[in-house]
Ligand binder design. Sequence first.
Ligand code: ZN
Length: 372
Amino acid sequence: MMQPTISYLTDVYFGIGVTNIVPDLLAEIGIRRPLLVTDPGLRDLGIAERVGLNDAHVYSRVGTNPSEPQVLEARQEYRNGQCDGLVAVGGGSSIDLAKCAGILVGHAGTLESFTLRRGGTERITRRVPPIVAVPTTAGSGSEVGRAALVTLRCGDKVGIVSRFLTPAAAVCDPELTLTMPPPLSAGTGMDAISHCVETFCSTRCNPVADAIALDGLERGCRHIETVYGDGSNREARKEMMLCALQGGLAFQKSLGAAHSLSHPLGSLDGQLHHGTLNGLLLPVVLRFNADYCADKLEAMAQRLRLKKGSDLPEYFDALNRQLGMPESLAELGVTREELEPLAAKAAADHCSPTNPRPLDEAACRMLYLSVL
Ligand SMILES: [Zn+2]
């Protein structure tokens, strides 16, 4: 079965304090024994209590980038608890990990057999148990997305895409994002903004998504500096959460080179933050693509009240500086030797075919070196 071109299926509950509906929502969906999937930091902050799931079975070993061994552990926890649904509370990593665990709970086969590069979309069915996503960052958009990213045991960070991975419901409570420290607010916010930019420039046609992406872009750019400087600003946190949601709704058009390049970096040692990498890469990718999507750059520049499309890369350079983002991969500890094998992986990434300018291994190498 082909995937639908336009697909908006998730019930989104959005607003300050909306977290308290989680128990009722699970009852309505018919989840009686949820597996709560989260990370160690949130577990220690008492997140189970915060979402009203004190008695739930918990898997709380999600790392910065979800990995195959973690997915297998989560599946085991699901079985141990005889669970009948997944509640992911956390950033994109927790939500993606819950999606991957959901696949393995409902289907026989290795995780790799469900990846895009193995034609896995066809093998994923409605046997994925219901997933409720409760994001605690404003970035990945995975709460409304049909994709999951995971690092396989072979070391490759790969995408899995299926409409059956779209969460049954997303509970988006800006209150849960208030405690994000400034670097994480910046990194996750730049991820959301980069989704809006990259999907708007994608070669796929989906004008509904384009409209959402432009709106999300404007919203994100207007508020990201506020959440960085004053994390307790609820209004700005709400706007960033909307930006992330809009990015997630839009990127079913797929993404582009910034994501192609950041995915292999995310699998290096599992510690590099996905959104931070995208923020760092966005200006060079826009310069590289400029002649191939000039009209798109004009439209975005107009929304951001810049004079012309070619001002965009410099605008994002300046924004990155404002947000204290790293200025190079070296600053993040990446070496030239580590980069060498990544160019081929970036060119083969599932986001590369929709980048406006054709992206081969040489281009990926050049782009990596330009931010080293
Ligand atoms: Zn992203």
